[in-house]
Design a protein around this ligand. Structure first.
Ligand code: HMG
Ligand code: MG
Length: 315
């Protein structure tokens, strides 16, 4: 079947090919960020089937769940069962979120080998999301990272509220860089810059990336995590790609949101990302048709249509 019949865009070289990466790693967060905010508990079999279908569609990094306090995120209270019943696809990684040593103990018992910690760039969100103050969160994460790295486990660092905070307003770039550097210095192999409430715009993304580079952090250690509240996620991603970022977080069908961040909506939809990468001629490894089928299937399970523009257009 040709690319037209599959509904893929025609790759057209940009007038200035400049610095776009040849390949992008999509960090699929649909099963974690995508589902964590769902009020109705999604059955374990549906979550497992979702992960299986996403891997079948070619995604190789699939954030699977969180070992957080089950009362804080009831939707992911089945983390241990999910990991036990997961049938990993060959070559795929299934990272999980871990906030503290209790979470790490649970993840290690479940034989997890790939984790992410998640910090806040702002005081208010540290308190609301982690029940800790801004400085205290690093004390919570340090033993998690040192124990995990000591066991040969890769630890990703997330940093939330990098562009704006619903309680504090705009977040100074220097504050974000300082918090992000602490996570990298702690031993995280990568830092994912979170626009938790989707307020970033491309100039702000460029300013933040330049500030990290000026502070000695190479773009090869940075990933981007955009929520799409104001419809800017794809433009922001394009800006990040042009500055050399090659790991992009997204969620199938645009599911998502954080229960502790007022006004957070879904992540950048993986389909919208794939459409753009395809058009730019950037390798991504995903079969768009099966991904769209998966998101439509999941939308039926959740009882509402996917917000992704590409799912709507191809569905
Ligand atoms: P806490 O209540 O302060 O915990 O919560 P604590 O340390 O005081 O412990 C209280 C009890 O909870 C103890 O039990 C602990 O054992 C237990 P007790 O002795 O009373 O019987 N406990 C746990 N049980 C299971 N698993 C654990 C755990 N930890 C303690 N891991 C805590 C502090 C950090 C645990 C809590 O605030 C929490 O779970 N927060 C998670 C919130 C969350 O998951 N938010 C969404 C993810 S972040 C996000 O979406 C943003 C991101 O997408 C990027 C972006 O968009 O910007 C990543
Ligand atoms: Mg998020």
């Amino acid at each position: 079947m040709g690319s037209r019949e599959l509904g893929l865009p025609m790759p057209v070289a940009a007038p200035e090919p400049a610095s776009l990466p040849a390949e992008v790693t999509i960090w699929e967060v649909g099963a974690r960020d995508g589902l964590q905010n769902e009020k109705e508990i999604v059955p374990l079999e549906v979550k497992l089937e979702f992960l299986r279908r996403l891997a079948d569609a070619g995604l190789v990094v699939l954030e699977a769940t969180s070992f957080v306090h089950p009362k804080w995120v009831p939707q992911l209270a089945d983390a241990t069962e999910l990991i036990a019943e997961l049938d990993p696809a060959p070559g795929a990684r299934y990272p999980v979120l871990v906030p503290n040593e209790r979470g790490l103990d649970r993840a290690l018992e479940a034989q997890v080998r790939d984790i992410a910690i998640f910090a806040s760039a702002t005081e208010t969100f540290a308190q609301r999301n982690l029940n800790s103050d801004l400085d205290g969160q690093f004390g919570m994460f340090e033993p998690v990272v040192s124990r995990a790295v000591g066991e040969g486990i890769a630890v990703r660092g997330y940093l939330s509220m990098c562009f704006g905070d619903p309680w504090e307003g705009p977040v100074p770039v220097e504050q974000v860089v300082a918090a992000g550097k602490r996570l990298l210095e702690m031993g995280c192999f990568q830092l994912s810059l979170g626009d938790t409430i989707g307020v970033a715009t491309p100039g702000h993304v460029e300013a933040l990336l330049r500030a990290f580079v000026a502070a000695g952090v190479g773009v090869d250690r940075l990933a981007v995590h955009f929520h799409d509240t104001y419809g800017q996620a794809l433009a922001n991603t394009h800006t990040a790609l042009r500055h050399g970022v090659s790991t992009v977080d997204s969620s199938a069908g645009g599911l998502g949101g954080c229960p502790y961040a007022k006004s957070a909506t879904g992540n950048l939809a993986t389909e919208d990302l794939v459409w753009m990468l395809e058009g730019l001629g950037i390798a991504h490894g995903v079969n768009l048709e099966s991904l769209v089928d998966t998101s439509r299937w999941m939308a039926e399970k959740l009882g509402r249509p996917s917000p992704s523009a590409v799912v709507k257009a191809l569905g």
